[in-house]
Write a protein that binds this ligand. Structure first.
Ligand code: ATP
Ligand code: MG
Length: 401
């Protein structure tokens, strides 16, 4: 059976009332980016569903791409037929015959979203069911868990036939929920946090703190590679690289060693917040998980978070490391994150950072030095790159939309 289209069901976006058009547009964009390698494909979107018209492109390969797009609840390869009983009988027979194997069972699931069609759901069941039973010897009806479930959907413009429902990635289309800045290190956690935020519809721009010569070009490369991976989801991603050496050295000179990490995090957050303002983001995302390391105790978060009232999203906050690693593996960032590198934080991290820092103390230590000019300078000298996936076809295509 050669399918000519794939029907896409929206999932959660169906419930989003007024914002629906915007959601559909964002999903359409994600679909176009993901299907860029298939030039003959056409995408038709309406308020309640989307069709990918295959125009001869390979259905299996397209299915593989659709599985990872956020905002798709499920999808079905389908054929479109005229609203005519004879045509419906013949096409139903073709599709079921192409799937049927000796001893298998079937059922029909009719749905009429347009009630003007001459057969009602019972009529469809009887007419088409009877036709199939007569023409496929040995096939039996089974209502619960049949081997083949032929969905017949009668709509105003045509009838759609499909036999398979494939689970989508769920979530919401990227960009439908606004923009946030992802604090992206070279570690395992932050790329996973970015992925999860994108899954909930956020568009992200990454911010990375870089301390040459203490951190090498190689560690910058690593962050660029991680950004490339994440950019596959939406065709491109902006990466801000912040020169952080001066601030780290100043912290090392000015702040008692056991508070240097707390202060470093506060400075990172202040700078990220400035970059967020400049680029009109509404939140900051980190890869923190409570209790994982010294800077991620509640006391630390309480002391660090003080510098901003911008929402800080921590998608991994209650997750175990093993679960985070599993996701990193699934999204193909683990291998990149595992490459050895010098993290700008670990280099300056003291042997015994405070696990229970006090807000008042860090405020007090920071009060002897005016960090504002250094923060301003770091923001000014931030290098902004637009990262595209490695697959060139991808990036060329995404520029079209
Ligand atoms: P990750 O695996 O994401 O590096 P981690 O377990 O190593 O996290 P930390 O080093 O404490 O934890 O970092 C906590 C969070 O702070 C990171 O998830 C990331 O969001 C942010 N962060 C740390 N270092 C940097 C950096 N050099 N540039 C940008 N963000 C950073
Ligand atoms: Mg880290």
């Amino acid at each position: 059976m050669e399918y000519e289209r794939i029907l896409i069901r929206y999932g959660e976006i169906s419930t989003k009332g007024r914002n629906r058009n915007q959601f559909v547009e964002k999903l359409r964009k994600s679909v176009r980016i993901a299907l860029a390698p298939f030039p003959n494909i056409k995408v038709e979107a309406s308020r309640d569903r989307m069709y990918v018209l295959l125009n001869g492109e390979n259905c299996e390969e397209v299915i593989g791409k659709l599985k990872s797009i956020f905002g798709i609840q499920s999808f079905s390869p389908a054929i479109k037929v005229k609203r005519d009983i004879e045509v419906l009988k013949q096409s139903s027979l073709e599709i079921v015959r192409s799937l049927f194997k000796e001893g298998q069972t079937f059922k029909i699931t009719p749905k009429r979203s347009d009630k003007t069609f001459e057969l009602d759901t019972d009529g469809i069941n009887q007419t088409i069911g009877g036709h199939l039973l007569k023409n496929i010897p040995g096939m039996k009806v089974k209502v619960k868990n049949p081997d083949i479930n032929l969905r017949i959907e009668v709509r105003k413009e045509a009838i759609y036939l499909s036999c398979e429902t494939i689970q989508g990635a769920g979530g919401l289309p990227v960009g439908s929920g606004g923009k946030a800045m992802l604090m992206l290190s070279g570690g395992i956690d932050s790329p996973v946090a970015g992925y999860m935020a994108m899954k909930r519809g956020l568009e992200i721009e990454a911010v990375h703190f870089f301390s040459p010569p203490f951190t090498s070009e190689r560690s910058k490369e690593k962050v660029i590679d991680l950004s490339k991976k994440l950019s596959e989801i939406y065709g491109s991603m902006t990466l801000h690289i912040v020169p952080f050496t001066d601030i780290q050295q100043t912290i090392a000179e000015q702040i008692p060693e056991n508070y240097s990490m707390t202060s470093t995090r506060r400075m990172m957050l202040r700078i990220t917040d400035e970059i967020r303002k400049k680029h009109e983001g509404l939140a900051i995302i980190t890869g923190e998980s409570v209790g994982q390391v010294a800077s991620q105790t509640l006391e630390s978060m309480f002391a660090i978070n003080e510098v901003t009232n911008t929402p800080i999203l921590r998608p991994l906050i209650t997750m175990d490391k093993t679960d985070i690693i599993r996701i990193a593996h699934e999204i193909d960032t683990l291998e990149i994150s595992n490459r050895p590198f010098e993290d700008c934080c670990t280099i300056f991290v003291p042997a015994s950072p405070k696990t229970k820092p006090k807000r008042e103390k860090v405020q007090h230590y920071e009060s002897f030095f005016d960090f504002d000019p250094l923060i301003h300078e770091a923001v000014q000298e931030t290098e902004t790159l637009v990262i595209k996936p490695d697959n060139k076809q991808h990036s060329e295509f995404s520029e079209l939309f």
